[in-house]
Design a protein around this ligand. Sequence first.
Ligand code: GLN
Length: 280
Amino acid sequence: MKKKFALALAAIMMTGTLAACGSTNTNDNAGSTADNTTSGTSAVEAIKEKGEIVMLTNAAFPPFEYLADDGSVQGVDADIAQAVADKLGVELKIVDMDFDSIVNSLKAGKGDFAAAGMTITEERLKQVDFSDEYVTSSQMVVVRADSDLEGDKDALDTALSGKNIAVQAGTTGDWYAGGDETTGSTIEKANVLQYKSATEAALHLANGKADAIIIDQKPAEAIVAANDGKLKVLDTKLTDEQYAFAVQKNQEDLLAVINEVVAEYKGDKVDELITKHMGA
Ligand code: GLN
């Protein structure tokens, strides 16, 4: 009796040891049950069990995300995210937060994915995984309508050096204004005014506190449209960027579902959504 029990115990302990080995050696081990939060198959299963998928965003980035009159978050990203939820047969819940909190919140498990007009960058890739890209964009310069600022990228970088540049905090535009080499910027010693939203940045450009805003293309156009004649966006593209949805590392199955939806939307369908939400 005693011997049998001891053998059984040894067997259990061995299985335990083996399972532990497996999970440390292969992070994306689809069959592993050792770590439910990061294993390959469990992300989609967990979402289906909850009956809900949670999207993290910053709803101040039209046409990709903005607050509608009824307080709901609308936009290109919300529409694509809805298609992801539909594919999984679950409800979509959208959590609105500061843009510069999104990556950390995702890492902390406060949402299942981020959809926020987010550019794929080396820095972010160290922390999260990205889906395939669904939009290409650029950083653009927005100035007051009477500004004579113009020129190619290098001329603008030179002209913007030492100036007051308004940005949305934690964005690629913020890094570009700060002269971050990874963005291709050659701006030197600018006074970077970091705001929580593009709307705030626009306000401070309009009232003269800032000389320019550096921000993504479509939001730049949306800001100009919303400030009837007071602002304009320059033609020069400062960067080439790709937007993608972000997920926690090692959630291959969720990433695969998102990529299926992205493949459906990329191109014409995304363009239609951009037009629809630019008008809204
Ligand atoms: N595309 C930019 C970035 O990823 C800005 C995104 C945003 O402000 N929502 O940093």
